[in-house]
Design a protein around this ligand. Structure first.
Ligand code: UDX
Length: 449
């Protein structure tokens, strides 16, 4: 059934959700407090790089299914169904999530409610938040009006956001089972087509829905750190972590996905979410249960320093006076996001230790410059590699995977390459006269030769 709804917060998650809900045929109003973001979106411009999103956005604005506003009055007037999609960043100097944006949305919309309303939270929040927000929304709304806060966590991956929203692996709806609830019925209407196409619909209580999201991200982070820990052992023992991952991945119970060893995970979600999960477990008196996530975080951060060390060895033991080419700045390919990006972090560390670092990324240069203005950004891969003592591939963009080692050979000062994502064909590079070093792999070059 076609419905009217708002999406409160139009960042990565909200803009994608708003456009995709309109694509499903609903009438959608996107709401944000940032006028520059709104005017871009209203003009059909996506303020970040996400393949396919601009087309969905434009199509639905033109069809009249989607528009944007900064007015919460208009939002409360427009619909009885609201999706809450604002950010929950890590608090400064603490592990916990900062809930100020989530709280402020409830304060703004809550006091404007005049008719029965359901708010579906999509943001990743510490367990217990949905129940608290529900209480607050009921306090703010008139006493005789039913207001419900349900939780509908989002599992989208950057770079696949449209596909993940339109065709998710599962839909999870958490409701307050102690009160009368319309959320299940509404969610089944909103996602009618998605459910009809076979997507599992999982109904839980509020706490479980919040924990599903935190646990999913914790599991993914653990899987990556597991293989990176094994990569360290492979390095010590002369094994090859890529072959190992292929071999264990054949076991259905393990699976090959998220077993790519390299410089580790970054981005706006996994690092902050595992930290917020630990902080919340601590508040609940269950901190021991999640101490392993501290180790997951440690293994992950250690990858970055190890790559810096490898690069130092490649430069003859010190960075002073050397030139280092860094290919990749985004936290993963098909994204311009550099939040907690391992690639940019490594580039920064090497620069701070005295090398001249040239960085190239197909999409993330502009964002990198804002975060780390002192690095030398180049507009092409070739420019970045000119005169380099070592080349580091730190994000597995297809442009880098397809690199021809012989072509690059003439540009660099020394044919040394570190494959921080194990995404290159090592044999091809070695045959073209390069000294190649992957992470946790055989074919480890002896830099001193
Ligand atoms: C993640 C979750 O996948 C998604 O479900 C959730 O909604 C938000 O957080 P995202 O941050 O977009 O999504 O990226 P993801 O594809 O999960 O990658 C996260 C990081 O892990 C990247 O830095 C990536 O390079 C790294 N990674 C991933 C590895 O190092 N090895 C792997 O095998 C997989």
């Amino acid at each position: 059934m076609l419905m009217r709804m708002t999406v409160l917060g139009t960042g990565y998650l909200g803009a994608t959700h708003a456009a995709c809900m309109a694509e499903l045929g609903h009438d959608v109003l996107g709401v944000d407090v940032d006028p520059s973001k709104l005017s871009k979106l209203q003009a059909g411009d996506v303020p970040f790089y996400e393949p396919g999103l601009a087309e969905v956005l434009k199509r639905n604005i033109d069809a009249g299914h989607l528009r944007f506003t900064s007015s919460y009055e208009e939002a409360a007037e427009f619909a009885e169904v609201h999706f809450l999609a604002v950010g929950t960043p890590q608090k400064r100097g603490e592990y916990a999530a900062d809930l100020q944006y989530v709280d402020s949305v409830i304060e703004s919309i809550g006091r404007l409610i005049t008719r029965p309303t359901v708010i579906f939270g999509k943001s990743t929040v510490p367990v217990g938040t949905a129940e608290r927000l529900g209480r607050r929304a009921r306090e703010l709304a008139p006493a005789d009006v039913e207001v419900e806060v349900a939780w509908n966590p989002e599992f989208l991956r950057e770079g696949h956001a449209v596909e993940d929203t339109l065709r998710p692996d599962r839909l999870v709806i958490g409701i307050d089972k102690t009160r009368p609830s319309r959320a299940e019925e509404l969610a089944r209407q909103i996602y009618e087509d998605t459910i009809a196409s076979g997507t599992p619909f999982v109904l839980t209580n509020l706490a479980t829905a919040e924990l599903v999201k935190a646990s999913a991200n914790a599991f993914l982070a653990t899987k990556i750190s597991f293989i990176n820990a094994i990569a360290e052992v492979c390095e010590a023992a002369g094994g090859d972590v890529t072959e190992l991952a292929d071999a264990i991945g054949h076991d259905d119970r393990i699976g090959r996905k998220f077993l790519n060893a390299g410089i580790g995970f970054g981005g706006g979600c996994l690092p902050k979410d595992i930290r917020a999960f630990m902080a919340r477990a601590g508040e609940l008196g269950a901190d021991q249960a999640l101490t392993f996530l501290r180790e997951v975080d440690n293994i992950n951060m250690r990858r970055r320093t190890q790559v810096v060390e490898l690069a130092r060895q490649a430069c003859g033991g010190g960075f002073l006076g050397t030139r280092v080419a860094v290919l990749g700045a985004a936290f993963k390919p098909e994204s311009d996001d550099v939040r907690d990006s391992p690639a940019l972090n490594v580039a920064g560390q090497i620069q701070l230790q005295g090398a001249a670092v040239s960085v190239y990324d197909p999409k993330a240069i502009e964002n990198s410059r804002k975060l780390f203005p002192t690095l030398d950004y180049r507009t092409s891969l070739r420019e970045a590699c000119e005169g380099a003592d070592v080349v580091l591939v730190l994000t597995e963009w297809s442009e880098f995977r397809q690199l021809n080692p012989s072509e690059l050979a003439g540009l660099v000062r020394s044919r040394r390459i570190i494959d921080g994502r194990n995404c290159l064909d090592a044999t091809q590079w070695v045959e073209a006269g390069w000294r190649y070093r992957g992470l946790g792999r055989k074919m480890q070059a002896d830099w001193s030769v």
